[in-house]
Design a protein around this ligand. Sequence first.
Ligand code: DX5
Ligand code: ZN
Length: 219
Amino acid sequence: MRLHIAPSILSADFRRLEEEITAVEQAGADWIHLDVMDGTFVPNITFGPMVVDAVNRCTSLPLDVHLMIESPERYIEDFVRAGADYLTIHVETGYHHQRTLSRIRLLGAKAGVSLNPGTPLQSIEYLLPDLDLLLIMTVNPGFGGQSFLERLIPKIKKARQIIDTSPYSVLLEVDGGVNSKIAPLLRSEGVDVLVSGSAIFSKDDYQEAIAALKESHPI
Ligand code: DX5
Ligand code: ZN
């Protein structure tokens, strides 16, 4: 798959959310990334299915919903009904991940799993048959605007290897501190989807910001 850019609306101006989404869509975004936080799994609280549903009515782009919540299995139906195309749970929380992921697929969405920086890849290897997306966090989740943890590059490399040597087609996504400086390296490591919040929404020109993530030269 060609590299996809998924702007995280966490860094958007929520007073003008529809305008912001239209702007990134017109600027070349491939997906919209939505960060759902519950104040327990991560120290921040954002929004739930109502806002996902509202965003769904603003755009035709696929919605990439990243659940940073405890007991995600309780809310799967709500988020799929709200319009999640990709629904990602964290492996550090909830029970019976295989069951939750297969339920996401049964409901008609694509199933993703995410790993905090400190969580080893080993914890998700058995889930590969149930996965459409593997999300590697390159910051500790909770807030936009944090710095990319470069020490996670070997983990990204390893994730690519694990996917490529498996019979499954799983997209590799990276989230946290992604900017145009680190993007070329991530592209060369074979990352499929780059999530980016502040490196897009803090810029005046979203088109330029997205193009820089897609096309900037290797560092
Ligand atoms: C972090 C979120 C990210 C965040 C990325 O907890 O999962 O999606 O919005 O924002 P930046 O690109 O600013 O790190
Ligand atoms: Zn995210």
